[in-house]
Ligand binder design. Structure first.
Ligand code: PHE
Length: 451
């Protein structure tokens, strides 16, 4: 018996769920740093142009592939053209590698949130708090277990009642918290220097590598090339306007990135007396620098708790989208019932997540290339597999099915105003740039160039 596919309730539900996926750690711990480092206002401008041209084309293609095929990434490509099924395999391997380590980071976030709501701002700001946490397997295992369990519980409620509803509740809370904290941050003494650094264009800090950094960031931030937007597209009702939805998701994601910049950069500047080198990226910024910044503020526990709740909301909705993508693939491909698929994927992700979690303690001798286990999982997906996948998506659309199939799918539910732009991007510009991202991100990971 053919079962009816789950769907989102419509435009808003889809947009918020997809935005929930897009708004994640990338917006909070990477975007502010990159923007500040690469020339402030000029980086912002380039980023926005890239989002609405390059990002827009790839997201439209992925959503349309999903909706057209009615399948998640593993089967979507083969169902539209048998010879291109291998792209589906690559697109599905990516979320399978990301999920376990994302669960681990989700656990770190929960640990910090707990620290702040129990009045631990001073401890969290301690020099060794973060490294002590990484070296405590039990703390990590509890954190990632709770986080994985939360994701599983949401998925069990279904696409509309679980995935969509959580985003509809958490995204507005996230926006309010981000605006509140950024107002607080901007009004700290000395903070205005940070605002200037973030917004005023500085051409000296801008170069071709800035463009590549903006492109790599955009691509990760919009959750492209990891099967997610294909799975979500397959849940999109046929009458919901695809082009408009894509623009809204992009706008939302970019706004949150800018607000995150306003939340973080002025506060770090105020704390460090305008020293821009205090601004770093990745876990160092979020788990080491910011706790020190918070500890210096009045109401440090409240601000810290609000901030880590916001990060938790961002991480949870992103993790939900990755697990949902894998579950959809398992259901579609093996014809397994959803509940069973969620259990299998949840337990597998939980077990595999022991590896990245223990990579800093029991398994600290295990290095792949030169990376710890978690860093390697991040490197192989972000720097290598995702650009390859994006390149193959462009090739698939151009040679595998033809751009017309995508255009027809978009036009079912409204206009396709940027059709010409889409064609030029997918056929010519995106493939070249994606190859440039691949080369530059691998070189960056090995320290040959620095972003
Ligand atoms: N778009 C997310 C971000 O900006 C990245 C992401 C989403 C990663 C989903 C994994 C899964 O952080």
């Amino acid at each position: 018996m053919e079962k009816k596919r789950h769907t989102f309730s419509g435009g808003l539900g889809f947009v918020l769920a997809a935005a929930g996926s897009a708004v994640g750690l990338g917006n909070i711990w990477r975007f502010p740093y990159l923007a500040a480092k690469h020339g402030g206002g000029i980086f912002l401008l380039v980023y926005i142009v890239l989002v609405f041209t390059f990002g827009y084309s790839l997201m439209t293609a992925e959503n349309a592939i999903g909706r057209r095929s009615g399948k998640s990434s593993l089967d979507a490509f083969a169902s539209l053209n048998k010879k291109w099924g291998f792209v589906g395999i690559i697109a599905t391997v990516i979320p399978c590698i990301i999920l376990p380590y994302y669960d681990v980071i989700g656990g770190w976030v929960l640990r910090y949130f707990l620290a702040y709501i129990t009045g631990g701002a001073a401890q969290a700001a301690g020099d060794t708090y973060f490294t002590d946490m990484l070296g405590s397997p039990m703390v990590l295992l509890i954190g990632q277990t709770v986080f994985t369990l939360l994701v599983v519980l949401v998925l069990l409620r279904g696409v509309q009642k679980g995935v969509e509803r959580v985003s509809v509740i958490l995204m507005p809370i996230l926006v309010l918290l981000a605006i509140g904290i950024s107002i607080y941050s901007i009004t700290l003494p000395g903070a205005i220097e940070g605002v200037k650094y973030f917004f005023i264009p500085n051409f000296e800090h801008f170069s071709i590598s800035s463009v590549l950094a903006a492109m790599g960031q955009m691509f990760y931030s919009l959750s492209l090339a990891m099967g997610i937007m294909i799975a979500y597209g397959s849940y999109l009702p046929k009458d919901s306007p695809l082009e408009k939805n894509v623009s809204r998701i992009e706008l939302f994601d970019t706004l949150i990135a800018v607000i995150a910049g306003l939340m973080i950069i002025p506060a770090v500047f105020a704390f460090s007396d305008g020293d821009s080198s205090a601004l770093n990226k990745g876990p160092g910024l979020m788990f080491q620098t910011l706790p020190k910044v918070f500890n210096d503020m009045p109401m440090s526990n409240i601000i810290g708790a609000a901030f880590f709740f916001l990060v938790f909301a961002a991480a949870l909705t992103s993790a939900i989208s990755i697990m949902e993508t894998i579950v959809a693939c398992v259901c579609d491909h093996f014809g397994i019932a959803r509940t069973k698929a969620i259990m299998i994927v949840g337990v597998a992700a939980w077990l595999v997540s022991f590896l990245p979690a223990l990579g800093y303690s029991v398994l600290s001798d295990v290095k792949i290339l030169k990376f710890d286990i978690l860093d390697f999982m991040d490197f192989i997906t972000n720097a290598v597999l995702m650009p390859i996948c994006a390149f193959l998506v462009c090739m698939f659309v151009t040679f595998g099915i033809g751009t017309k199939v995508i255009e027809d799918e978009v036009c079912i539910s409204g206009s396709f105003k940027r059709k010409r732009l889409f064609e030029v991007m997918i056929k010519f510009i995106a493939p070249v740039f994606v190859c440039a991202i691949l080369v530059s991100s691998v070189l960056e990971s090995f320290g040959v160039i620095a972003f």
